[in-house]
Design a protein. Structure first.
Ligand code: DP6
Length: 335
């Protein structure tokens, strides 16, 4: 099936970057409303983009989704659009076109940029103009990490306490030009990830004896990471970010059965990053629910570091990303 250009006339297009958590979100206090059990802190990744167009059309009999040029069925997206329809008081279905400019097949998380772009495009297409924190709440209902991609630079997500989740949204800690960091996304395997993060974090909460200690530990990590970002203290951010990554993975590995995302090359890269740091190159690693290693460094050492990472056996590629803008509507000013 092909898409006719005329079918998209009048649609609203939004673009959002992916983000990488420095302090990880891994656990929910409410699965239905998708409320995180603890806060998290991320950098928005300029260079990894999702571009989404939404058009409500009274002639449609159901929602229609096109992903990277292919027609696909996605009940999660229709549930998301139902919320937007309720908010806007309308009943018509939508045509949605979405594409990632980074390799989807590589198993990189696309739900963060995907739901952030969809939240913005769908609300605007439905005639709504939400405040950033309201967009963040909406994006969170699609995917927890998406709540952070509404904002540029460095974002902090609050777990909140309200049962309805109205205090569970992200805010910007510092803008994209606050700190010229680079995040080198080092690809370690092809294909989709083995355990989706939603199921894996629920499984961790249900079966890992390390889950509660992990959640209890997050507030001190948030305080340290927030302070390190605001004062641009690279060494402090390196220390707390690696701790958060390893503690998240430790809690998942200790589940029954244990969840293991790393490949051999993942571990080799962690050792290399620590060796380079010991030799005086400021860099640190973090890893999400997959095998890829994201290596942070200062802009001045990005080129040298990229060359080192590419030398490691099993590395399939390196994507160099930088602090990016928050989600924006095409042809409008980004914030
Ligand atoms: C390891 O946001 O994908 O990347 O809310 O269930 O959609 P859902 O989960 P998701 O989880 C992200 C987990 C993580 C850490 C992080 O991004 O904070």
């Amino acid at each position: 099936m092909t898409q006719e250009l005329s079918a998209w006339r009048g649609g609203i297009t939004a673009i959002a970057h992916s983000n990488i958590a420095l302090i990880k979100y891994w656990g929910k206090r409410d699965v239905t409303l998708n409320l995180p059990a603890a806060g998290s802190i991320s950098m928005t990744l300029g260079g990894l983009n999702t571009r989404t167009t939404v058009l409500f059309d009274e002639a449609l009999r159901s929602d229609e989704l096109w992903l990277n040029g292919q027609r696909v069925d996605d009940p999660k997206m229709s549930t998301f659009l139902d919320r937007v329809r309720r908010m806007a008081g309308r009943a018509d279905f939508a045509r949605v076109k979405t594409a990632n400019d980074f390799p989807t097949a590589a198993g990189l998380a696309s739900s963060a940029s995907g739901f952030a772009a969809l939240a913005l495009a769908a609300t605007r297409a439905a005639g709504l103009s939400l405040e950033p924190h309201e967009l963040s709440i909406l994006a969170r209902l699609g995917s927890g990490s998406a709540a952070r991609s509404i904002f540029g630079g460095f974002a902090e997500m609050s777990a909140g306490q309200a049962q309805d989740g109205q205090d569970s949204f992200a805010h910007q800690l510092a803008g994209a030009d606050h700190w010229d960091l680079r995040c080198l996304v080092t690809l370690c395997a092809q294909g989709p990830k083995k355990h989706g993060s939603t199921d894996a974090m629920i499984h961790t909460a249900q079966t890992s004896p390390y889950y509660e200690p992990w959640i209890d530990d997050v507030p001190q990590a948030l305080d340290r990471a927030r302070a390190a970002i605001l004062s641009r203290d690279f060494d402090a951010l390196a220390q707390v970010s690696e701790e958060s990554c390893l503690r998240m993975h430790a809690s998942a590995m200790a589940a029954g059965p244990g969840i293991l995302y790393w490949r051999g090359v993942t571990v080799e890269l962690m050792h290399l990053v620590r060796e380079l740091r010991a030799q005086g190159m400021p860099c640190f690693f973090t890893i999400d629910a997959g095998p890829h290693v994201k290596v942070f460094c200062l802009a001045s050492s990005a080129q040298a570091l990229e060359a080192k990472l590419r030398e490691v056996d099993g590395v399939l590629g390196v994507l160099v990303t930088h602090p990016g803008q928050g989600a924006w509507v095409e042809d409008e000013h980004a914030s």
